[in-house]
Design a binder for this molecule. Structure first.
Ligand SMILES: C[S@@+](CC[C@H](N)C(=O)[O-])C[C@H]1O[C@@H](n2cnc3c(N)ncnc32)[C@H](O)[C@@H]1O
Length: 203
């Protein structure tokens, strides 16, 4: 792992820098039409075409379809410091960090909302005997179920869908809550089932 300066990290190679500076537009609307297109059809629908035996092969195919290679260099920060390393190493640090943070809450059950096809949950099986999830994309749910994951169709906007939450659950969201423009349905849905929820962790 090589330390890099903040300036190197924020160079114009970083797409977020040019978006934040207004040099390139970022016009993606986060509505359900976009989620259907971007996730259900283009990402999970495309993966569903493949027949692999395990979830790791789907993750690697997901990278390949997005033009990403595990040897590509990417950035990771620890506190104020930024480092460059290959994606494989950064991924292993990322998932072990998530596992160790979630483990601190001694989960009886872990429920990831907006869980895709359950990749994070498959990882968290090593720290918790019951992991389950809810996800908007039917293709992702079908793919996860094919891989033996305990997933259900779930929409952040539908208050009834929060019924999927089981007793003594840690609720986890990983890069999914930012997909909804307002947190109000998420907060109301959790509030309705608060007796069943031990903790809520948003990554
Ligand atoms: C960036 S992906 C993250 C997936 C997974 N959490 C992960 O870390 O691999 C965002 C996920 O949020 C899901 N999502 C978007 N809007 C949603 C909604 N209204 N209800 C439930 N899930 C939604 C998408 O379908 C997608 O799977």
């Amino acid at each position: 792992m090589k330390p890099i300066s903040l300036n190197q990290y924020l160079s114009l190679k970083n797409p977020w820098t040019s978006r934040i500076l207004g040099l390139t537009p970022f016009s993606k609307k986060r509505d359900l039409e976009q989620i259907e297109r971007e996730y259900d059809r283009d990402k999970y629908g495309a993966l569903l075409e493949f027949e692999f035996d395990n979830i790791e092969q789907y993750k690697l195919k997901e990278f390949e379809l997005a033009g990403i290679c595990e040897k590509d260099l990417t950035s990771i920060s620890f506190g104020e410091e930024v480092f460059e390393a290959d994606l494989k190493l950064v991924r292993s640090i990322y998932y072990s960090t998530i596992s160790s943070v979630v483990q601190k809450y001694k989960p009886q059950r872990i429920c990831e909302l907006g869980c895709g096809y359950g990749y994070n949950l498959s990882y968290l099986q090593s720290i918790c005997s019951e992991v389950y999830g809810g996800e908007y994309s039917r293709n992702a749910v079908d793919l996860g179920k094919r891989l033996g994951m305990d997933l259900q169709v779930f929409n952040y906007y539908n208050l009834e869908d929060y019924q999927i939450v089981r007793d003594r659950s840690v609720i986890l969201t990983i890069h999914s809550i930012e997909q909804i423009p307002s947190a109000s349905s998420f907060l109301s849905g959790l509030e309705k089932h608060r007796q069943k929820i031990d903790w809520v962790i948003n990554v």
